[in-house]
Write a new protein. Structure first.
Ligand code: UDP
Length: 318
């Protein structure tokens, strides 16, 4: 599909911007849209002189038509718990009206479609590791529900457009991902701990740090998503790194990489914070021949210059 015009919503976000880079590297033309609620044009600044890239500031919650596209990647949504709880109604709208509007675009132009779903569809999982056939354990009215249920609605909408309108849809369930362009101040664990350690501040662990996450480096995740977009698979596929870390182990890995001596301080565990999370990636391996390559330590090292620049940008100018 090289040379095709591809629409990426949420293109100014962490993953959306990396996806634009990957699609441009494959030779496509990319139209990026974003309402900049949580995205940043700084993530696209390097594409200013790229003739195959165009950006439009646009809110996908209003129906839109930017002309014919061959493929739609729907990556628009606040994604960190701090952001989606601050922007709760906006998160519900983009995951419902926004998703429907992007599906209409795909239907209108007979375009392929890939939606960025999430491991949050599994909620606080009773099945471990999480397999795609697990329906999840989500609190529908809790503080995380604005994100979880919006993403679950999106999965239903995407599945319905495939079922009723034969749109060539794909659903990726994204597990925790990190790397350069992760918002430095979005409250996520990797950004918080890296920024705190680099500033020499105490590193905050919520709860006792025994809850687990499985962290995927952004280039691994994008490679899996691009493969999925070209596949014939319509059911959800987990993409993530199955190496599971307790949050305390993750903090110690960051300390050891940075030679940091920051103390660790314990804060209350937020409500409904999932106790464990680890993808079963056998479907991705089987269907796509995909597996992650970058270890947490390697990925943190690859992210270091970015976080150092974020800390430097905080210093008052002399
Ligand atoms: N967390 C933490 N300290 C922080 C930020 C987060 O201990 O400064 C914990 C959080 O409670 C959760 C895990 O790290 O258990 C991952 O949180 P994050 O916000 O990155 O994303 P989530 O996986 O919960 O969506």
């Amino acid at each position: 599909m090289a040379d095709h015009l591809i629409l990426v919503t949420g293109s100014a976000g962490f993953l959306g911007s990396h996806l634009c880079d990957a699609l441009l590297a494959e030779g496509h033309q990319v139209l990026g849209v974003d309402n900049l609620a949580t995205g940043s044009l700084a993530n696209l600044a390097h594409l200013k002189t790229e003739p195959r890239f165009r950006f439009e500031q646009l809110d996908i919650c209003t129906p839109f038509d930017l002309g014919r596209v061959e493929y739609v990647f729907n990556f628009a949504s606040p994604a960190s718990p701090v952001d989606y709880m601050r922007l709760g109604i906006e998160t519900l709208r983009v995951g419902s009206a926004g998703t429907l509007n992007t599906l209409e675009v795909a239907k209108r132009y007979n375009a392929g479609y890939l939606h960025a779903s999430t491991s949050e569809c599994y909620g606080d999982p009773e099945v471990h590791p999480q397999v795609e056939s697990y329906w999840g354990n989500v609190n529908p009215i809790g503080p995380r529900s604005v994100y979880d249920e919006a993403k679950r609605f999106s999965e239903a909408a995407v599945s319905a457009y495939h079922r009723y309108h034969a749109v060539n849809t794909h659903l990726v369930r994204i597990f925790n991902t990190y790397g350069p362009r992760l918002q430095a101040n979005d409250g996520r664990v990797i950004s918080n701990l890296m920024m705190q350690a680099l500033r020499g501040e105490p590193m905050t662990i919520y709860g006792d740090g025994s809850q687990t996450r499985s962290f995927c480096y952004c280039s691994d995740l994008i490679a899996g998503i691009v493969l999925l977009s070209k596949s014939k698979e319509h059911a959800p596929v987990n993409i993530g790194n199955p190496t599971e870390w307790t949050i305390l182990e993750c903090a110690k890995e960051i300390q050891s990489l940075l030679g940091a001596t920051s103390e660790i301080v314990f804060k209350p565990l937020p409500q409904d914070d999932p106790l464990r999370r680890r993808p079963d990636i056998s479907r991705a391996q089987r269907l796509l021949g995909w597996a992650p390559k970058v270890s947490l330590r390697e990925g943190l090292a690859l992210s270091l210059d970015y976080f150092k620049a974020c800390v430097a940008a905080e210093q008052p100018q002399a």
